[in-house]
Ligand binder design. Sequence first.
Ligand SMILES: *[C@@H]1O[C@H](CO)[C@@H](O)[C@H](O)[C@H]1NC(C)=O
Ligand SMILES: *[C@@H]1O[C@H](CO)[C@@H](O)[C@H](O)[C@H]1NC(C)=O
Ligand SMILES: *[C@@H]1O[C@H](CO)[C@@H](O)[C@H](O)[C@H]1NC(C)=O
Length: 187
Amino acid sequence: MYLPTMIPLAALLSTTLTAATATSSSSPVVLSDSEPKYLNLTAISAAHGSSTLECWQFGPFSSSSTPGTTGALNLVLGDMSNASYSVIPPRFDGGLHNAPAPQLVFFNTGLIHITLPNSTDEAWVQGGKYGLIIAADTADKSTHGHRTQYPSDADTIALQVPLKAGERFDYTLLHQGACGMEDMTGL
Ligand SMILES: *[C@@H]1O[C@H](CO)[C@@H](O)[C@H](O)[C@H]1NC(C)=O
Ligand SMILES: *[C@@H]1O[C@H](CO)[C@@H](O)[C@H](O)[C@H]1NC(C)=O
Ligand SMILES: *[C@@H]1O[C@H](CO)[C@@H](O)[C@H](O)[C@H]1NC(C)=O
């Protein structure tokens, strides 16, 4: 039922992504002291008992000193626990639910549509480079949670990585609403 909106969006995304890839392959991203780099992630948050969509900013990146990635852009996202790997079937409807714990959710493939029960705000997430989001609308913060649907014909792979108990994400609010492509393609 979402196909009419989905196809132009997917076409738009792939055009943008192709352009971004072409640019980055000719000029590799390096860390320069004069220009700090930030990661912006769509977050399912909550306010006044209802889930919300926000764009959260993490960073700045530093230069990795870990063997294997020395010199690469590096960002610590938090102290995590109990990761799980899910394979979600095509055209699946996850229904209304709360995040079980504040967590990172990395979609490495698939198309994900997130909606809120009492709001017109929505987020489309395409698996891959820009497939990392945060789900933090736990039941103590949001009465009804959010709805997640997977309208594509392919499986969706999700890696869910909850924060360790008592930990919090260290972010600043970039803006209300999901991050747009312009918030994510700067690296
Ligand atoms: C890890 O998550 C699973 C599924 O949510 C849960 O059953 C289990 O108790 C958790 N384990 C720990 C150590 O938190
Ligand atoms: C919000 O959405 C839920 C679930 O669809 C519904 O039960 C509730 O009445 C709605 N309104 C408010 C104000 O929460
Ligand atoms: C995150 O947002 C900032 C501020 O709008 C922007 O300068 C930066 O390029 C964005 N980061 C990415 C990875 O796009």
